[in-house]
Ligand binder design. Structure first.
Ligand code: ADP
Ligand code: MG
Length: 326
């Protein structure tokens, strides 16, 4: 299969899905042309998946395709944005038609789930599989949009700290590899971007800081702590975990430091508790209050029920270029 066979197939498959409004020119020209709707701000994010780094080499092509887009949708969710359009770069040692078809099935399933339209990209030969997406979302800028998006820097001392869903499942699946039960494996391979929750939280008047949990809860809350200048304290016994994670001896550490959960971690004023719970209920996603933001040195601390600090690894979370990375 050649580059242009692939692009042709992509165009055929895209015809199966509705095109979002405002996309004047999509795939097929030298570049796409977009007309963002009036009174909206454009939210743009990019994320790459590399074979061997972001997914094990044995991952099914469908799951790679799905996750390539889903992780980008998760970033839009974390901003409270509505998915609109995306571009895709594909780098592969060779283009195998059956493999690509399955990959496209997964990518298009995520596109349908998120309501996003693929508008262009690039396809090249590369020494290992690498997939990159630039995703664009829309943020209504009228008064009904709440504070105009969810930002890492908006946490205030006194806020509650919340997280959606359950943590640690993806990290446990990664550890178990082939031995992971199918339902657990889905937590790693098919994360569900919390788009509806992000949109609902955007409308909560006293919402604080927000980010998605891609690198691990402590690392990602660390970004909120640094950006907002708050100290975050988490209650170890409130961290939401499934039975599978709970039952391994280091389950709590998996939940705190394992990556790839793609839940939303956020803060909100205590006065907003009812609205945050309602946002979770409306969108069918559990939300759990796990701690608080305080004044003091920015950082994230975990406390046991006696109020004693739980030791956590110093470099919690993933850094591609960390000096100690192996
Ligand atoms: P150019 O050489 O002008 O950069 P290409 O031949 O690379 O154009 O691409 C032709 C068309 O196909 C463009 O509209 C481009 O956006 C689209 N395209 C190429 N690869 C991809 C891809 N992986 N995903 C989506 N669109 C793609
Ligand atoms: Mg060109």
């Amino acid at each position: 299969m050649g580059e242009f066979d692939f692009i042709g197939r992509l165009q055929q498959r895209l015809a199966e899905q509705p095109f979002n409004a405002g996309i004047d020119v999509g795939i097929g020209d030298d570049a796409a042309i977009l007309s963002p709707p009036p009174d909206h701000r454009l939210v743009v994010t990019a994320d790459t998946l590399n074979a061997g780094v972001h997914f094990p080499h044995c991952t099914a092509p469908y799951d790679i395709g799905y996750k390539t887009l889903a992780v980008n949708l998760s970033d839009l969710a974390a901003m409270g944005a509505e998915p609109w359009a995306c571009t895709l770069t594909v780098g592969l040692p060779s283009l195998d038609p059956a493999w690509m078809e399955s990959w496209l099935d997964g990518f298009l399933a995520a596109a349908q789930l998120g309501g996003i339209t693929l508008i262009g990209g690039d396809t090249t030969r590369a020494p290992f599989a690498t997939f990159g997406v630039t995703a664009m979302g829309l943020l209504p800028s009228d008064a009904a949009a709440g504070n105009g998006g969810l930002r890492r820097a908006n946490a205030l001392a006194g806020d509650d700290v919340w997280v959606s869903g359950e943590l640690g499942g993806a990290a446990l699946a990664l550890r178990l590899g082939e031995a992971a039960p199918a339902d657990l494996r889905l937590r790693l391979d098919r994360p569900i971007p919390r788009l509806a929750l992000g949109s609902a939280l955007r409308l909560v008047p006293d919402i604080g800081g927000c980010c998605d949990v891609s690198d691990g809860l402590l690392a990602d809350l660390g970004h909120i702590a640094m950006a907002s200048g708050v100290r975050i304290e988490l209650d170890a016994d409130r961290i939401p975990m499934g039975m599978d994670v709970r039952s391994v001896s280091d389950g709590l550490m998996l939940a705190l430091t394992g990556g790839d959960d793609y839940e939303l971690a956020f803060t909100a004023a205590a006065s907003a508790r009812e609205q945050v719970l309602a946002a979770g209920e409306e969108t069918g996603v559990a939300v759990t209050r796990i701690g608080r933001a305080l004044g003091g040195e920015p950082g994230v601390h975990v406390l046991d029920p006696m109020g004693r600090e739980v030791p956590v690894p110093p470099r919690a979370g993933w850094d591609h270029f960390a000096a100690t990375a192996d």
